[in-house]
Write a protein that binds this ligand. Structure first.
Ligand SMILES: C[S@@+](CC[C@H](N)C(=O)[O-])C[C@H]1O[C@@H](n2cnc3c(N)ncnc32)[C@H](O)[C@@H]1O
Length: 612
């Protein structure tokens, strides 16, 4: 006992020493105590409190105070000390006055640049500090528009400038910045974009087949890894702040004690939520089987390597296009399907900056079309009459509505399934209304994860599920590149997994397909998604071409956002949207020539990051 206590104490000391060195943790602030509470016993809390006190004592103020204290102790004249205090106060007052003056100056000075000024600006390299100031000022004005706006200027003048400035400053293409600005208010848009500039914290998932999180944390702490539990919602995750050893090459990693995984990626398996009794009892009674399918041959090697490293033994790796799986495994042959679909990656820009400028409407449509096909195949694999149910979880690391709510809504219309809660008590509700689109009301049961809100990768989860009482077959469709397979398996086998989540999101209620729903408006986003006449179900789509003069809604930066960041459907109609829509359609069908645009001069990536 004494030896264990001493070891724990040493761990704490190590931990504290490391914490002092590291920068402030991105997700969990003030967590040293939490961590110790969670990982170790309470004996060392005094030291931790001490550390916290010490760590907060290096400000300018305390330096000044120490100086005063030293002077006083050295017997210097008390008047001197008093003068020093007065000087300090005067200095602080002057700084505050200067800042106030600067603010007033900025408030009165900001004006929208003229067309000529903008044209001139576009000819030279961008002045990034001025752009940054202008973005901030613009957003400040937009958030108090009536009071602060320039006389005669419209909201659109400001939002157009904002979109252009954001594109130039952060390197986004016009399409993506336009899409994002339709989803978020200006302040939140900037928060999101800023969040994409920074990496998310590294997380690991404990392989509970081989170890316990507490033991793993202990070993890693001793190796010089600075870590914390990943929050109350996960019992197996650890967040890594800093490490003196490569996390992907420790002996514990090699031995399959953990898996590197982003926090968002924990969610689909949580949403699938096999319940403890079902898993353990039923699995022991009739061992579970996981089909891990991956279409790309070159990814099979790492998939198999992971499976074997993690000690997973109940898995069959197969190599098919997910859309063909019903032919391979049979229609209505499975109890659950997890579809972590291939997507545009617009939720993980911090991992892949190229997404900022490489994604176009055509590419998003292409992804969405494939996702539609995959989700139908996933549902078709599930047996609605299965004793255990038949749940499908759909997830993407995209934040585009077209790849998420629109795909889920599409499946609701094409199959006899229903949405139920994901069982995740965080994240934003999925959109029910977006621009002119109206999705099924139950879409509010899906979950959106944003980096600026939760410091997790942008993600979307919807659970397509049937009630399960014991697991016999689980198909991880396509997605299992390197994680789901054993994660799902671990969750099936182990009693330490997350639970207490409502078990269903989209429930397959019948193996027959529905007649078209009449409770939704005929025009939905799916019509925008289908690039050709055949829909994802292989049937002729009833896609209706939008008349060019059909009224469109305003850009959402011009609309009043709802409190939760969603936009109220607006009845205000503008020409602008019709124009941009026509341009998109022009690309597809060449109806009319797109408007000529001046080519913008973008700074090089190096230029931008250097300046920033
Ligand atoms: C989002 S990733 C899956 C990531 C995985 N779940 C993980 O956590 O590591 C999507 C995967 O879908 C695969 N894929 C793309 N098109 C597919 C298709 N038609 N059928 C099956 N898999 C496909 C890609 O090769 C990629 O590995």
């Amino acid at each position: 006992m004494v030896a264990i206590a001493a070891k724990k104490k040493k761990n704490v000391e190590n931990f504290i020493a490391k914490k002092t060195k590291k920068e402030e943790a991105p997700v969990v602030k003030n967590t040293k105590k939490n961590k110790i509470d969670d990982i170790l016993s309470g004996d060392d809390s005094e030291q931790i409190d001490e550390f916290e006190t010490e760590s907060g004592s290096s400000s300018d103020d305390s330096e000044d105070d120490n100086q005063l204290k030293d002077d006083f102790l050295a017997g210097k004249n008390i008047e001197l000390s008093s003068k020093a205090i007065d000087d300090k106060r005067a200095r602080q007052q002057k700084e505050a006055d200067d800042e106030l003056k600067l603010n007033i100056q900025e408030e009165t000075e900001f004006r929208l640049p003229t067309k000529e000024e903008l044209e001139l600006e576009a000819l030279g390299p961008p002045d990034l500090p001025s752009l940054q100031r202008r973005i901030k000022e613009n957003i400040r004005i937009l958030s108090k528009f009536r009071t602060l706006k320039q006389e005669g200027a419209s909201r659109k003048d400001y939002t157009d400038l904002l979109k252009t400035d954001l594109s130039t400053y952060y390197g986004y293409n016009e399409f993506l910045i336009g899409m994002l600005s339709e989803m978020f208010r200006p302040v939140e848009l900037l928060e999101l974009i800023e969040a994409f500039e920074n990496p998310r914290p590294m997380c690991i998932r404990t392989n509970t087949l081989k170890t316990r999180r507490r033991d793993l944390a202990d070993v890693l702490l001793n190796r010089g890894v600075n870590l914390d539990p990943l929050g109350k919602w996960s019992k197996v995750g650890l967040i890594i702040y800093e490490s003196q050893v490569p996390i992907g090459a420790t002996p514990e990693y090699m031995a399959g004690h953990y898996m590197l995984q982003s926090a968002s990626s924990f969610l689909p398996v949580m949403a699938l939520a096999p319940q403890e009794k079902e898993k353990i009892v039923d699995m022991a009674a009739a061992p579970g089987l996981v089909f891990a399918n991956e279409m790309k041959k070159q990814r099979l090697h790492s998939l198999s390597a992971n499976i074997s490293r993690m000690g997973v033994t109940n898995t069959i790796v197969i190599n098919y296009d997910g859309r063909e799986l019903t032919k391979v495994l049979g229609v209505n042959s499975c109890d659950r399907v997890l579809l972590d679909a291939p997507c545009s990656g617009t939720g993980v820009i911090s991992k892949d900056e190229s997404v900022k400028s490489s994604k176009s409407i055509e590419e998003i449509q292409k992804c969405a079309h494939l996702q539609q096909q995959l989700i139908l195949a996933a549902i078709d694999l599930v047996d609605a009459n299965s004793k255990t149910g038949g749940y499908v979880v759909y997830s993407t690391c995209s934040i585009m509505v077209m790849e998420n709510e629109a795909v889920v809504d599409y499946a609701l219309k094409k199959r006899n399934v229903k949405l139920v809660s994901c069982g995740l008590d965080f994240g934003e509700e999925g959109f029910v209304n977006f621009r002119q689109y109206r999705f099924h009301p139950s879409l509010d049961k899906t979950r959106r994860i944003y980096p600026h809100k939760l410091n997790m990768d942008g993600f979307f989860v919807a659970k397509y599920a049937c009630q399960v009482h014991s697991d016999t077959v689980m198909v991880l469709m396509e997605p299992v590149f390197n994680t789901w397979i054993f994660i799902a398996t671990l969750d099936l086998f182990c009693s330490t997994l997350e639970k207490n989540y409502e078990n269903v999101n989209l429930k397959k209620v019948s193996n027959t397909n529905p007649i078209p729903r009449s409770d939704v408006p005929s025009e939905t986003i799916e019509q925008d998604l289908n690039l050709n006449d055949t829909d994802a179900d292989g049937q002729k789509s009833n896609k209706r071409q939008r008349d060019d003069d059909e009224p469109q809604e305003t850009e959402d930066l011009n609309e009043t956002p709802l409190d939760n960041g969603k936009k109220k459907p607006s009845s205000k109609l503008t020409e602008k949207k019709t124009t941009s829509k026509t341009n998109v359609k022009d690309n597809e069908n060449e109806v009319s020539p797109p408007k000529k645009r001046k080519k913008r001069v973008f700074p090089s990536r190096e230029e931008v990051s250097k300046a920033r």
